[in-house]
Design a protein around this ligand. Structure first.
Ligand code: SF4
Length: 435
């Protein structure tokens, strides 16, 4: 297999969960029988084979730049190497997300991973992650996952408070979450992420602090802390509207954020993105690929791919997706080539999520020279219009300060709604020069 490949990462979507949590609006389905899930897994293999055939036709000139930085370790890869990844190498990450991939029998995931390795170039040191729910694991399953080649587990713990877990519809309790970590360690996993949510109904700063302390004692390499987001049409939204549940207020949430920052940094976890913390440089390579706007392939129901400026989305319903893939039919249902204006906005909004921010040298490489002068002026005036100290430019680095990261949503809305940006791209009629 050639070492040249147009995607830096592969995402595999497994859309099944034992049952649905009340806040979830992902493309997931609870209570689906084993026969149907098995059919979906076989269809995934067909989609992977068909995608590999399609992508084989992509063969840019050889470039060993990425390999050089990859070999120098994750930090060098983050700082310098990612810019070489654009369309030039083997997969640096494979990520099984969902849904609950760990709900599937280990042999299914193992077959899919083997299938991937047969048809795609995979870097020897690639990060290979599966998402797991503590209520679906046992020592043997974890051992089989590790033997299959997975080297990272992302565990949805969310809280270590049993009452809260029950309230939000999780199938596990705190004890199972703690056991899952020690079982994973015994199975040989030395790269574990624990997902947490704060701002849950009825949660207080004290309850959150206890969860964080318990999580830190487990010494995971990586911790993700997401603020609860109330999505339209979810059972959570209805319970809030009817008053059965209430959310903590802004002051309580701010106190939780302060506790998070203080406890995690005091225990050696570096924040490297709005919601993500790692110790010993164990950043999530897969997410770094997204945040650096690098190309990725997504397979499975509703999965999104971003390759060579095109964004493609696969059929959302698992049944329909499986039927199409099994019949060798085209599984994508939407596709658009992003305009340069959209790429500029996305590049800023994704890159500014990271604490290190954007390397502007690479930013300019990605946009036509004819635009540089006006875009630099726009950046200067955009920084100046924000309250002082939120968005900073130092040398080649453009980044949000701590205060800026907390206000990132507001700043991103301003980038999206900025009329002058649209004028600049329109004035140059530059979309004809898409790269
Ligand atoms: S386990 Fe995760 S994907 Fe499944 S329903 Fe709950 S939140 Fe959604």
């Amino acid at each position: 297999m050639t070492a040249i490949f147009p995607a830096a990462a592969l995402y595999v979507h497994i859309p099944f969960c034992r049952s649905r949590c009340i806040y979830c609006d992902f493309n997931t389905y609870g209570g689906v029988g084993e026969a149907e899930r098995g059919r979906y897994h076989r269809a995934l293999l067909q989609d992977l084979n068909a995608s590999a055939q399609l992508l084989k036709t992509y063969s840019p000139a050889a470039d060993t730049g990425l390999q050089h930085f990859w070999m120098a370790g994750p930090r060098a890869f983050l700082n310098e190497g990612l810019k070489y990844a654009h369309g030039r190498s083997a997969l640096k990450s494979i990520y099984f997300g969902g849904g609950t991939p760990s709900y599937a029998p280990a042999v299914w995931l193992s077959e899919i991973l083997d299938g991937i390795k047969k048809v795609f170039p995979v870097d020897e040191a690639a990060e290979i992650t599966f998402e797991a729910n503590p209520g679906t694991l046992c020592p043997q399953k974890l051992y089989l996952f590790r033997q299959a080649g997975f080297n990272r587990m992302s565990l949805g713990v969310q809280s270590l408070d049993d009452k809260l877990l029950h309230k939000i519809g999780r199938i596990h309790n705190a004890c199972e979450a703690v056991q899952a970590v020690s079982m994973a360690r015994r199975a040989g996993f030395d790269n574990i992420n624990l997902d947490l949510i704060y701002g849950l109904p009825g949660q207080t700063e004290t309850v959150w602090r206890t969860t964080l302390q318990g999580i830190i004692e487990l010494r995971p390499e990586h911790i993700s802390c997401y603020a609860l987001s109330v999505e339209e049409g979810t059972p959570l939204e209805k319970k809030l509207a009817s008053g059965i549940m209430t959310l903590p207020g802004d002051d309580e949430c701010e106190a939780m954020e302060n506790t998070r920052d203080a406890l995690l940094s005091a225990n050696g976890y570096r924040q490297y993105e709005i919601s993500n913390y790692a110790r010993d440089g164990k950043y999530c390579i897969h997410n770094l690929i997204y945040w650096n706007n690098l190309p990725y392939l997504g397979v499975g129901a509703g999965a999104v791919s971003y390759i060579n400026g095109w964004r493609m989305t696969r059929q959302k319903l698992p049944d329909r997706y499986a039927e199409l893939a099994a019949g060798g039919m085209y599984v994508c249902c939407e596709g658009e080539r992003l305009s340069l204006l959209s790429r500029w906005r996305e590049y800023l909004m994704l890159g500014l999520r990271t604490v290190d921010g954007i390397n502007t040298e690479y930013l300019w490489e990605r946009f036509p020279k004819a635009l540089h002068c006006e875009l630099k002026e726009w950046l200067q005036s955009f920084c100046a219009e924000l309250p002082p100290g939120l968005l900073k430019a130092e040398g080649r680095r453009l980044y949000l300060s701590q205060a800026g990261l907390r206000l990132s949503n507001e700043i991103f809305v301003r980038i999206l709604e900025d009329g002058e940006l649209a004028h600049i791209f329109r004035r140059h009629n530059i979309d004809a020069l898409r790269r």
